[in-house]
Design a protein around this ligand. Sequence first.
Ligand SMILES: [Zn+2]
Length: 110
Amino acid sequence: MLTEEKQRLLKKAAHTLKNEIELSKDDMADEADLASALTDQALSLRLRGRERYLIEKIDLAIERIAEGEFGECVVCGDDISIKRLRARPVTTMCIACKEEQERRERMYSD
Ligand SMILES: [Zn+2]
């Protein structure tokens, strides 16, 4: 599951990159187009940043399988439920610790 997802992300990243190259060939003549092209490029750069982040998480999960730590919560050490691992194989926290983290993030985000 993890290696399949990694392949999918790599393909998507390659596709984004290809679109960018085509974009810079076509639209650079016009000033106004240049401005919007930059916005689009900034967007796809951010997308690639997110893909890179996800790929790193997948690599970490694969590493944790190799080390026999996969499925263990990094915070409390409890087993993460199979149901949660199936839905989010890259997760490193049990549902209780994840909820606690999200609750704390919300407290500081507003
Ligand atoms: Zn936990």
